[in-house]
Design a protein around this ligand. Structure first.
Ligand SMILES: Nc1ncnc2c1ncn2[C@@H]1O[C@H](COP(=O)(O)OP(=O)(O)O)[C@@H](O)[C@H]1O
Ligand code: SF4
Ligand SMILES: [Mg+2]
Length: 324
């Protein structure tokens, strides 16, 4: 199947007081229509910069895109002008961010915030936009949407605010959604409800997802494939079952070992791989494998050269000399 979104060798740079950071350093992946790709990795590894690059929302300065291609339905988003890019945002690719409180405008009612893009992108009049907004709020599980539509963000709970954000994202029927840690700010039970809602919406509307998370437990059900990022690079990329059952990169194994198991007997036996050391500074990443200072399997050659990202069969890709 032809990919709907294809990121090829994306490279970005940020100028910080400590020096230049290659926040994303040669990232490539593709997502087919109707597929969900999860991108997982510790805080600071470059997940948000990847998603912001796709939307062309990197704050410039201090950041900029150094190179690569971002093909959406065959068009390179990096070559579009601002007007063309505004049409892509919301109408073709919509985003849901981690903290709905900072994404929603606290002084505007929910109605104002949903109807805005319906009027702007779809040319609806006020009455049509209101009616469609009520439908959208109903679709994402907001009770009594006819009454709640005139409330302000602070009158909703965290989970309900995230549902409102999802309604806003769906407003113009985008083909693709980038969800950047959409459940991180929420309680565990609410997290599951939001992931279930996103899964249901994907089935109903054949949505294509780029789902970003900082741990592998959140994306277990929703992802078809998973990419694991470390310090600006993807270190493993595979089909979901293959990655969870047969992780090949030591970093992926460590992330998986951190997931609690609901069965108390199995949980008792769970072996945790505790990584020592801190993530190295992105200003001056170490030569060779970037993970080597924390890797329990590191050996001499790991410091000489960066391991190649190899396909070890069935599209299971990994960057590690030890992986076989
Ligand atoms: N506005 C910014 N100014 C300077 N550096 C930034 C900025 N945003 C991101 N970075 C750099 O990019 C790296 C990756 O950030 P980010 O993509 O936000 O990580 P995460 O994986 O947690 O989403 C950070 O470690 C930081 O060095
Ligand atoms: S290449 Fe070496 S340091 Fe890097 S993950 Fe593999 S074994 Fe560890
Ligand atoms: Mg982030």
């Amino acid at each position: 199947m032809t990919a709907l979104l294809q990121v090829k060798d994306l490279r970005t740079s940020f100028f910080t007081p400590e020096g230049e950071v290659k926040a994303v350093d040669g990232v490539s992946f593709c997502i087919c229509p109707g597929e969900a790709l999860a991108v997982v990795g510790e805080s600071g590894c470059g997940k948000s910069v990847t998603s912001l690059s796709i939307m062309r929302l990197i704050p410039h300065p201090p950041g900029h895109i150094l190179g690569g291609q971002i093909l959406f339905d065959g068009r390179d988003l990096l070559k579009l002008n601002d007007r063309e890019m505004r049409r892509i945002r919301g109408k073709e690719i919509a985003t849901i961010f981690q903290d709905p409180m900072t994404s929603l405008n606290p002084v505007l009612t929910i109605r104002r915030q949903i109807t805005e893009s319906l009027e702007l992108h779809l040319g609806m009049n006020a009455q049509q936009a209101r009616q469609r907004s009520v439908e959208l709020l109903k679709m994402v599980g907001i009770p009594c949407p006819e009454q709640r539509i005139d409330d302000y963000p602070h009158q909703f709970s965290g989970g309900m605010r995230q549902r409102v954000m999802i309604a806003i994202a769906l407003a113009c029927s985008p083909r693709s959604i980038i969800a950047d840690e959409p459940t991180t700010a929420l309680d565990v039970t609410i997290q599951a409800q939001i992931v279930n809602l996103l899964e249901d919406l994907q089935d109903s509307f054949h949505l294509t997802y780029l789902f970003i998370a900082h741990d592998l437990s959140v994306v277990c059900h929703i992802s078809d494939r998973v990419a694991v990022m470390y310090l600006g690079k993807i270190v493993e990329l595979a089909d979901r079952d293959s990655l969870y059952k047969q992780p090949l990169h030591p970093y992926t194994r460590a992330l998986l070992s951190a997931i609690p198991i609901p069965d108390p007997v199995a949980e008792e036996k769970r072996e945790r791989i505790i990584l020592t050391g801190d993530v190295p500074s992105p200003v001056n990443p170490p030569p060779g494998c970037r993970f080597r200072q924390r890797c329990p399997l590191a050996f001499g050659h790991c410091q000489d050269e960066e391991p190649e990202f190899r396909n070890l069969g069935d599209e299971h890709w990994v960057a590690c000399y030890r992986a076989a």
